[in-house]
Design a protein around this ligand. Structure first.
Ligand code: DC
Length: 334
């Protein structure tokens, strides 16, 4: 017999939210645990006392889990407990491997079971940051845009008038670098010397400077340390150039996201135009090629696909298709 644990949360105590959350949790348990629906003996659900509008067991029955015994109970109120939480214990026949499932904020309940990192590497314009943001939102985990950190270093160097080809001057600048990554409403904010530079670092002229400064060993050492610390504290999706090869070589999920140069140049062109920048497509294509060359040919942690990374060529794929593909690969393994 198998005993599969799981938990999820709802944003508010409404029948609709409870229905959706329970259906999603049970569907995920079924997706990750072979033939659980057919071999299910019973499903025991419990909910925190702030959930009163629908029995989770009723939601389970409505979600199609009606062929087994269902039971739900209310938990006592415990100070500091995760609010609006629904827990489940699924008992099923068989001895297939058991995979517990903690979704939404409930993943924090069992960090030991559910903490994982997803490494998304690839050249600029491959769509990896859009995909990474979507994945993080759908999996309810953190998104860390590591390129933003190199961009912030480049901004600081340019403000301080530091020559990027003078590594000792850059190293001296790093000693006083106050770079913090904060999250507001799920969005990453890059704070440089107490100032939010999230928009500023997207300026086109920062891109090439970031590519140059990121080739320096002292810069990479400092950024990689920060990235590893963030990734060690929670589940997250990191996008960059060296996540799968150098930052988190043991990440359980690695993808190398790429696309042809013209496709990437077109995407960057549309993105910059939408932000109101005047851009020349041909110049952009050349710049992308040059950045690729810089990033791939530098001596330290060059842009390269890790041997165990899954290659995703997004040239002819929509964002939805890429996200669905990556999610499937993740769910096969978690
Ligand atoms: O992804 P992006 O365009 O925001 O990255 C800016 C530059 O930073 C990019 O040219 C290469 C560098 N970078 C890096 O070397 N390693 C990373 N993990 C992320 C970015």
């Amino acid at each position: 017999m198998r005993a599969i644990r799981g938990a999820t949360t709802v944003r508010e105590d409404s029948p609709q939210e409870i229905r959706e959350a329970v259906a999603e949790l049970l569907k995920e348990i079924a997706a990750r645990n072979a033939s659980v629906q057919e071999s299910c003996i019973s499903i025991l659900l419990s909910n925190t006392a702030d959930i009163r509008s629908l029995y989770p067991a009723k939601a389970a029955r409505e979600a199609g889990f009606s062929g087994c015994a269902l039971f739900s109970a209310q938990e006592p109120s415990i100070d500091g407990a995760l609010p609006l939480c629904i827990r489940v214990l699924v008992l099923a026949e068989g001895d297939a491997p058991v995979r517990h499932v903690y979704l939404r904020g409930a993943a924090n309940l069992r960090k030991d079971l559910s903490r994982y990192s997803i490494a998304l590497d690839g050249p600029s314009g491959s769509g990896k940051s859009t995909v990474a943001k979507r994945l993080a939102r759908e999996l309810d985990i953190l998104y860390l845009d590591t390129g933003a950190m190199y961009r912030a270093c480049a901004c600081k160097a340019s403000e301080a008038g530091v020559d990027l080809s003078d590594e000792s001057a850059v190293e001296a600048m790093l000693a006083s670098l106050d770079l913090r990554i904060e999250y507001r409403g799920g969005a990453q904010h890059t704070i440089l010397d107490g100032r939010d530079v999230s928009e500023e670092i997207r300026r086109p002229e920062v891109s090439m400077a970031a590519s140059k400064i990121s080739a320096l060993g002292c810069v990479r050492k400092k950024m990689v340390e920060m990235q590893r610390k963030i990734a060690s504290e929670q589940s997250c999706v990191l996008d960059g150039r060296d996540i799968g090869t150098a930052v988190l070589p043991d990440a359980p999920f690695k993808f190398f996201v790429t696309a042809s140069v013209p496709v990437r140049a077109r995407r960057r062109y549309d993105e910059l135009r939408a932000k109101g920048y005047t851009v020349d497509y041909d110049a952009l294509e050349k710049e992308i090629e040059e950045r690729d060359r810089n990033d791939a040919s530098r001596a330290i942690s060059p842009l390269r696909r890790a041997e165990d990374a899954v290659l995703v060529d997004t040239s002819d794929m929509s964002i939805d298709e890429v996200v669905a593909f990556i999610r499937r690969r993740i769910q096969e393994k978690v």
